[in-house]
Write a protein that binds this ligand. Structure first.
Ligand code: ZN
Ligand code: ZN
Length: 172
């Protein structure tokens, strides 16, 4: 393998690499001092020629001035059965159904949900049932232990406070 070296200064150390491990014929120092400024210069020149602006920042602001701001397009939700825009709203949620088709919508959604449930969980759900019960039991047990410990701690704290109060009372 031929050892690579910097085409600017000839060094074989600290050559520039990319994330794929490709080594360039340029060291990091020369990249910063020669290649980057050169590239910026070339880009600016090209931009100047093409657009009359010499930097991306200026170009962007020029473009913004030239182009009128686009109004954000709001896609209106409609009833998927009849296309009515008078759709059902529940709190902050909207549904693709009008009042007339609401029952149908819910029925379809229910069928869809059951179908997906069956497809996703299917029989594996039944197989996992003992596992789930065990998990549930463990969680319950943990919660119980924590709540008992909390209660004991609170009791201890209370007792401590009472003792302190008694001591304080005795001192007086
Ligand atoms: Zn170099
Ligand atoms: Zn409808």
């Amino acid at each position: 393998m031929i050892e690579k070296k910097c085409k600017h200064c000839g060094t074989t150390k600290d050559l520039r690499t990319n994330k794929n491990g490709v080594i360039y014929n340029c060291c990091i120092t020369c990249y910063k001092t020669i290649e980057v400024p050169d590239q910026i210069y070339k880009t600016n020149e090209a931009l100047q020629k093409k657009y009359g602006s010499s930097s991306f920042g200026m170009l962007r602001s020029d473009r913004c001035k030239q182009m009128p701001k686009k109004e954000p397009t709001i896609t209106k939700k409609t009833c998927k059965y009849c296309g009515s825009e008078n759709i059902v709203k529940k709190g902050k949620y909207t549904y693709r159904s009008c009042e007339l088709h609401w029952k149908q919508f819910q029925k379809d959604a229910d069928i869809k949900r059951k179908k997906t449930n069956l497809e996703v969980n299917g029989n594996s759900n039944l197989m996992k049932l003992p596992e789930k019960i065990e998990k549930f039991k463990n969680t319950m047990l943990k919660n119980m232990v924590v709540s008992i410990l909390c209660r004991i701690l609170n009791l201890l704290k209370k007792e401590e406070r009472i003792t302190y109060q008694n001591l304080a009372a005795k001192d007086q």
